[in-house]
Every structure is written in structure tokens, then in C-alpha cells.
Design a protein around this ligand. Sequence first.
Ligand code: EPZ
Length: 421
Amino acid sequence: MDCFVITGGNRLRGQVTIKGSKNAALPIMAASILTEGETVLKGVPELADVEHLSFILEKLGVAVMRDEQRNIRLKVEDEMNCLAEYELVRKMRASVCVMGPLLAKRRYARVSLPGGCNIGDRPIGLHLQGMEALGGETELVSGDIHVKAKRLKGAEIFMGGPFGSTVLGTANVMMAACLAEGTTVIESAACEPEVVDLADYLNACGAGITGHGTPRITIEGVKSLHGCEYTVIPDRIESGTFMVAAAITNGDVKLANCRLDHLLAVVDRLRAIGVNVERDGDGAQISSSRHLEPVSVTTQPYPGFPTDLQAQFMALLSLAGGNSIVTEKIFPDRFVHVAELNRMGARLRKEGPTVIVEGVKQLVGAPVMASDLRASAALVMAGLCAKGQTKIARVYHIDRGYEHIEERLTALGADIKRLPE
Ligand code: EPZ
């Protein structure tokens, strides 16, 4: 296993190009199960999670390869196997997004029930409600969900849960509804840009989806879907992470290929903190003076503040001149980064789904442990500005969602090295 060794204090300067969205690419790759013919995906980042889903799709009879232009090519060659097994699903909960396409195209899916993970419980009851509403019969057998259907029929489906809508639940139902007979309406659908990107891909394959990006999505079922060539959207969470990296080091960084329109809530909080964010062509210029203002941050479903940037912002607010309040409304247990940041001199106090962040003058480097993707990114942010050296163990967590992050931070002037642990 590798670790990162970071010596803090360098101000980041220069330009970084944002890669394609992991959370758009994964369900779009799964959606290729629905199609006849080849799909060519452009802008898919080179990440462990993409490799992992490619492996799962290969076992499901989809030929997946990266061509010489680094595009991902997918083509269904064999529809016999419909099992996404526990050993594979437990490593990546997003694997559950093969369920809808398998049910719609092959009339059967057997997907291991994802366990919990470091950010909290990961139930899929809303996914299953959606499959049943379309005519699927579900059964839990030894930890695997079996879903089967003679045919799928369009329905009105409510996808709201106790924590708002579900992103991959909306994706699963939308994919299944593409090949159902008749019209499906998803009420309280997730509005995330990644769901919009999936719908745009499916429409490019011949689907009849409207309303994506709003809480009501309508899907007119079609007989079949063909392949297509498609470019995934830039990764808004990677964009937000690099914005925090620029701000926390009092740097001045240009983000190229950054969709500011996907980051309105994030830019709102950055500006409230005192970080300068300017639109610059297809991207943004981020700069920060030394003084950071304390603010309140509450995570919400899109277009609210994204839960996937909560940990990174907590690292930034650890250095604000006063007390900030961070409330997590999507994954109330998503605070594994709190103890690690406190080891670096942050003053964080958890009160249920809220953390009181008492700003400190400086963080101090320390050996810390990565645990989940975004918590690990927060530790990198803290290491970039901490006094002295920070060693982050188990950085494979970071490799799941950020492509060569240490090389790209080094190019901006950071002192960060990947070493064998
Ligand atoms: C997606 O996960 C993202 N992953 C997550 O990003 C992101 O944090 C999350 O959406 C919320 O925005 C991918 O897109 C691959 P949810 P998803 O279903 O779809 C509850 C990252 O770091 N819920 O929208 O699995 C659930 O417990 C990852 O890139 C139910 O109650 O999340 C949570 O509290 C981490 N019942 C809330 O809804 C269900 O059936 C939102 O979860 C499903 C979910």
C-alpha cells in the first residue's frame, strides 16, 4: 500500500485541468448493458473505481477497453451472467447501478446487498421500491438481492427518502424505465448533474427521457437502445476539492474544464469565507488572501451544498478566524475525518450530525490515516497547509476518485510524494 508524504506551506499557483466526473461515468458505463452496439465514452477518468466497474461489467458479458485515445469502449457480447457478486460489490457500493439495466435488458439481476461503509449505512430500499413499481419481483437470498420480471411496465414512482432523494436510486429506475412498456414518472427524483448526464447519454442512445435535472423525470419506454459516442461532464467534486486546495494554501489557481454552473452552492460558501472565485473562460480562477471568515455549511441534495465536499470544507474552515458550523444532512455519520483532522491540531467537536469548528491559527503535520475517498482528500488539504510533514496512510482510498492527484498538486507547487508504506 502507498502513502503520501506532504510538507506543508507552499502556496499553489498555476493551472489544473479538471477530469471527467467519476459519478457520471459509473452509471453511464453500467447503462451500456441496455444497449445493442458499441458505446464510446470520452473523458472517463483513470480511477480505481472505473477499473473496478469495468471488471464487474466484463463479468456481466460487456467487453470494456480503453483505446489509444484513452476513450472507454463498451459493447455487450454475452447476456448469460447476471450476478454482481458480494466480493465485487462490497468494494464499491456504486456497483448497485447495474441492477436497473440488468433487470430491463435481461429480465433478471442478482446483486449483492451493499454493506455499510465509512460514510454510514448505504440502504437500497428506494431502488427496490422502484424496481417493484415497474413490475420487478425482489427477494433477498443470502445477502444477494434477486430481481426478476417477465416484462416491465411504466409506473409513477416516488423516490424520496428520509434524507431526500437517492442519486443512484434515480439512476437505476431511470435506466430500467427506458425499456419498460409505456410511461414512467419519477417523482422526487435526484437533480444531480450526474443524473442529468446519464439521461443525456441514454437519450443519445435513443431513450425518451424528459425533465431530468428537475424533481420530476418522465421516461417514455422504447423497444431498444443503440450505442453512441458520449463525453462525460467534468467532475464537480474534483473541482471543489482543487478550489479548497487553492484557498487553504492562499494560492492563485486556474481550474480549466470546470463547470461553475454545477457549483453554485460551493462558490456561495467560498465567497462567504472570503475566497475569490472568478469565471475565466471554460473554468474559474481561485485565489485567497490569508484571512478566512467562519461560516455555516449544511449539506443538501443538489443544488444544495454537496455532501462529497463536506470533509474538504471542514479542513478549510479549521483555519477560519472564528467558529464555523458544519451540518451533514445526507450521511449523518460522515465524519471519519474529524478525529484525523484533530490529530493535526484542528479543534472539531461533533454534536450529532453537526460539527463545531473552532478556527485555529495553524495546523501541524502528523501521521494520519485515510479511510474513505473524501475524508482522505480532506487530509491532503490539511497537509498542504500544515506546519511540517504529514504522512497519510492507505491512499488507495484517494485513488478511487482522484486521478494522479499527487502529480497534479505537485505541478501546482505542492510538496507531496507518493511512497510505498
Ligand atoms: C451518490 O451515492 C454518490 N456516489 C455519492 O458520492 C454521494 O455522496 C451521494 O450520491 C449523495 O450525493 C455515486 O454517484 C457513485 P444516495 P448514492 O442514494 O446514490 C439514503 C463519492 O464520494 N438512501 O443519493 O449511493 C442514503 O442512506 C460518493 O463520490 C436511502 O435511505 O447516495 C443517504 O443517506 C460517496 N434509501 C441518502 O439517501 C435508499 O434506497 C443519499 O444517498 C438509497 C439511499
